[in-house]
Ligand binder design. Structure first.
Ligand code: HEC
Length: 344
């Protein structure tokens, strides 16, 4: 067993380690609200790579293909018996148990990423699936997402243990093999027959294209930034609303009151001033400060970032209300104003 040959092509190796890094990142960003936007993006990238790897499993180099390592249950069982005895037979690419693991890992990743996308479109955001799913459906999908993530963690544990044990039994470093692409091969083994260069390039373009197409389709169907902004804006109004209720339990955000506040004229040193002075009669339009500085539109429909950042919104509400009305706006007024701006 001293012959080393190239078994893992670059796409398999890069795909493998990228998936590992993305999974690690996704686990680290899953819990905290602040990191959820990053979590969803890592998840989407993961979906793209999983799709790529699935397609590559049909069109890639010989050892990348599912048909080279997916074995019948009987063969898997026979191999498992050899394995338990500590004398597993040599295999060029994945051994039969490794093949089972590849399919289990990819399948679990597919379930996790797809349920992740559906969860992202859950009831918090009025997305295309909210009506279809309902609250209990969305909840169930989230349970599957989390359950599958737990399963993935277990599978990764077995995967790493299996690789280490096989490295020991086969007296070769399989982790390094996934970096260099080279493995010791059975002395009697045939070198792999590779598809032609043209077929591999074409296959790569097809696999990468499909992976990218899936990612772009998701982004196009549900623009992530907009969905997140919409959630943040509703949350901000809820927050002001809650603060207002602490003083006036009957308060409900009222866009009409918000609109009246926006247009109300106040006397300031003999000059009339209102929110329109800078933000214009139409908050969807670009505004201008008295000093002539350009102000981006205030209405979220024209400027999706508006009212998404609590600190920023508060700072400007305070400053501008003082400037126009000579006092701070109450939480109830902020809720009204924000509610009106969101109707535009
Ligand atoms: C003197 C000019 C001026 C007036 C008058 C004014 N604003 Fe502003 N406002 C600004 C500027 C400048 C910004 C920040 C520009 C930016 O972020 O692009 C801003 C930003 C805001 C924001 C921040 C939104 C966000 O989340 O980014 C809110 C809310 C706001 N204004 C509300 C009001 C309200 C309500 C009034 C009327 C009571 C008002 N403004 C009157 C100049 C003004």
């Amino acid at each position: 067993m001293n012959r080393k040959v190239k078994v893992w092509d670059l796409a398999v190796r890069l795909g493998h380690w990228t998936m590992g890094a993305l999974v690690l990142g996704a686990f680290l960003t899953a819990e905290d609200d602040d990191t959820v936007p990053l979590h969803t993006r890592l998840g989407l990238a993961l979906l793209g790579i999983v799709v790529f790897r699935l397609v590559w499993g049909f069109v890639g180099s010989s050892q990348a293909r599912f048909k080279s390592f997916v074995r019948s249950p009987r063969e898997v069982l026979a191999y498992a018996k050899e394995y338990v005895r500590g004398r597993p037979g040599a295999h060029l690419g994945h051994n039969p148990l490794g093949g089972v693991m590849v399919v289990a890992l990819l399948g679990t990743l597919l379930v996790i990423t797809l349920t992740g996308i559906i969860t992202f479109l859950g009831p918090e955001w009025d997305g295309p699936l909210s009506g279809v799913l309902g609250k209990s459906g969305a909840h169930a999908v989230k349970e599957v997402h989390e359950g599958a993530a737990g399963l993935l963690l277990g599978l990764i544990g077995f995967h790493v243990a299996g690789v280490l044990l096989s490295s020991f039994l086969e007296k070769q470093n399989l982790v390094a093999g996934m970096v260099t692409g080279r493995k010791h091969v059975p002395p009697d083994g045939e070198p792999p027959k590779e598809p032609s260069l043209g077929a591999r390039v074409g296959g790569f373009i097809a696999a990468a294209g499909l992976g990218a197409a899936v990612v772009l389709l998701v982004l196009r169907l549900f623009p992530m930034g907009e969905a997140e902004a919409a959630t943040a804006q509703t949350q901000l109004i809820d927050l002001y609303q809650q603060e207002a209720r602490a003083q006036d339990p009957g308060h409900a955000a009222d866009p009409a009151r918000g609109k009246a506040l926006y247009f109300a004229q106040h006397d300031k040193g003999g000059e009339k001033t209102s929110c329109t002075t800078c933000h214009t009669e139409d908050p969807r339009a670009q505004g201008r400060s008295p000093a002539g500085k350009r102000i981006d539109p205030l209405a979220p429909s024209a400027n999706p970032e508006r009212l998404t950042d609590r600190k920023k919104a508060d700072r400007w509400f305070d400053r501008n209300c003082k400037q126009v009305m000579g006092r701070l706006c109450t939480p109830g007024e902020k809720a009204d104003l924000a509610a009106w701006l969101l109707t535009l």
